[in-house]
Design a protein around this ligand. Structure first.
Ligand SMILES: Nc1nc2c(ncn2[C@@H]2O[C@H](COP(=O)(O)OP(=O)(O)OP(=O)(O)O)[C@@H](O)[C@H]2O)c(=O)[nH]1
Length: 315
């Protein structure tokens, strides 16, 4: 395995006048700092990236380019760097942001090397604007965890969250409940009002539910017309009351497909973690069973776990 960090520094010995044409030819920002944390040389790309003229940057304290919350730790890192100079390649350490003149931050990747500039030891930072990569990463992460149609989280996220909540609930003893629901006779809705009519039901319902949630609740679309909401720190009876409110809201909603309006209903299973649940899966299976018991009982209803059989955690 190749270890990229903490190589002994290869010192470049040069002068500002020799180095400037070279750094001006580079596509990245170059910021050279002396041991007093003062900027001694920058290229035009740095001036454009940070929104300060070259003349304003040269001679300024480096903190000018560091977001306020990071300034202390950054100063310590610079001091540490000069005590034990080493070259640091890009993309291997934590994420950095630079501070622009207008107060906004620019996500950057930084490579540092030691140089001797005009006879004095200095650190040369190659600073690359990675806004595009960071935005792309965030978008891909979001897209891999959410459902494009409703904006709810997807099944993969639901399972991961439920697993995390199971560990939390066992450790803290705090109740976590889940309501799982499925539209009734959704096939008939599609048949009567078209697939677009069915989609409208899913989208409008998600919009309504989103407004009802607390910040800590996790709403997920776990199947075509199947949804699950994780309700952390919620006792079974409160989860049932919430589920009943949502069920009634949906029953009273008017959906439209072209000129036609119609109604839809849901059947809900509500379950809470018990001290005997060995994994998140037990809760999921219980909620699913309750949902199907509700379908068998005639649909458009909320069926809750029987506390006498499956005694939920109580705060
Ligand atoms: N419009 C639309 N329909 C979907 C979507 N995902 C799944 N469906 C449809 O949902 C229907 C689900 O049908 P079933 O599983 O038979 O259930 P149901 O008709 O709701 O019957 P019950 O659940 O027993 O009340 C199927 O016709 C699927 O094609 C979607 O994203 N949009």
């Amino acid at each position: 395995m190749t270890v990229l960090t903490h190589k002994p520094a290869n010192k470049l010995i040069t002068t500002s006048s020799d180095l400037l044409p070279f750094i001006e030819s580079l596509p990245d920002a170059i910021v050279i700092v002396n041991q007093e944390h003062r900027i001694v040389l920058v290229n035009t790309v740095a001036a454009v990236m940070f929104g300060h003229p070259v003349e304003a940057l040269n001679g300024s304290d480096l903190t000018l380019l560091i977001p306020v919350p990071n300034r202390n730790s950054h100063s310590q890192s610079v001091e540490g760097y000069f005590r034990a100079p080493h070259s640091r390649p890009m993309g291997v350490e934590k994420r950095f942001s630079g501070l622009r003149a207008d107060g906004t931050e620019v996500p950057v990747d930084i490579m540092i090397n030691t140089i001797v500039l005009d006879g004095a030891e200095a650190a040369m930072a190659v600073v690359r604007d990675v806004s595009y990569q960071r935005a792309l990463e965030e978008r891909l992460t979001r897209e891999s965890l959410t459902d494009g149609m409703t904006g709810f989280f997807n099944r993969r996220y639901f399972v991961a969250q439920l697993e995390a909540h199971h560990s939390d609930a066992l450790r803290s003893g705090l109740p976590t409940s889940v309501m799982m629901f499925d539209f009734d006779h959704f096939k008939t809705i599609n048949d009567q009002y078209g697939h677009a009519g069915g989609d409208t039901v899913l989208i409008d319902t998600a919009t309504m539910i989103q407004r009802e949630l607390r910040a800590l609740d996790v709403a997920c679309r776990i199947g075509g017309e199947e949804f699950a909401i994780i309700l952390p720190n919620t006792q079974l009876n409160n989860a049932v009351a919430f589920a009943e409110r949502i069920r009634k809201r949906i029953e009273n909603m008017e959906f439209s497909s072209g000129d036609v309006t119609f109604h839809a209903t849901i059947t809900v299973g509500v379950a809470s973690f018990t001290s005997t649940d060995t994994s998140y899966d037990s809760l999921m299976k219980r909620a699913d069973k309750l949902l199907y018991a509700g379908k068998a009982a005639g649909r458009n209803c909320v069926i809750a776990q029987d506390s006498a059989i499956d005694s939920p955690l109580i705060a």
